[in-house]
Design a protein around this ligand. Structure first.
Ligand code: GRF
Length: 192
């Protein structure tokens, strides 16, 4: 089977990256990770990549004078890896519309809410503040508008009495680690 080549962009812990690495290790899974790129030098996900012999790169966004210049460097690295799909997995940078347009239909993200509810950087905090009894995670296509592209997979959790941001995050993460491999598989099959 010809696996689709995937670049994973991260900024931190890389729990979702690990879930994708695990999924890709199965011979019948239709994707392989060819590069991991972080905009943070100390992202633990870089270590996860190294532990799995995946080429990993740190590109410091602070050394570029504009978002567009950083994104151009990012695009060059992703393209050089041979990647056909880009997965954002806790990548905490907004991407320029130029970058997103180049990858349209082949760039996906994971967000910790049931979109279109609770967009933005504080999705779990906002769900708790709104008194929601249900939230979850969404894997979606990336378009220039933030957290707004077509939804590929969603998985829900209940918010229980006594829950805190930490407990909700922990249960969402469990669902994310199922949802992201599912969504990437669906995208690969769609692109075949
Ligand atoms: C996840 O909760 C994801 O939904 C959000 O950032 C977090 C990344 O976690 N976009 P990790 O680095 O994959 O563990």
């Amino acid at each position: 089977m010809k696996k689709k080549k995937v670049a994973v962009l991260i900024s931190g812990f890389g729990g979702n990256l690990q879930a994708l690495i695990n999924a890709c290790s199965a011979s019948e899974y239709p994707a392989q990770i060819v590069t991991v790129i972080s905009n943070k030098a100390d992202a633990y996900g870089l270590q996860r990549a190294a532990d799995n012999n995946i080429p990993a790169h740190f590109i410091d966004h602070k050394t570029f004078s504009s978002r567009e210049e950083f994104d151009a460097a990012l695009h060059e690295k992703v393209t050089a890896s041979g990647a056909e799909i880009v997965c954002l997995a806790g990548f905490m940078r907004l991407l320029s519309s130029g970058f997103v347009d180049k990858w349209r239909g082949r760039i996906i993200n994971i967000h910790p809410s049931l979109l279109p509810e609770f967009k933005g950087a504080n999705a779990v905090k906002d769900a708790l503040a709104a008194g929601a009894t249900r939230t979850g995670c969404t894997v979606h296509h990336v378009i220039p508008e933030v957290d707004a592209g077509e939804i590929i997979v969603q998985r829900a959790i209940d918010i229980l009495p006594g829950d805190t941001e930490e407990t909700v995050h922990a249960r969402i993460h469990e669902q994310e680690h199922i949802a992201y491999p599912q969504a990437l598989k669906l995208l690969c099959e769609r692109l075949l």
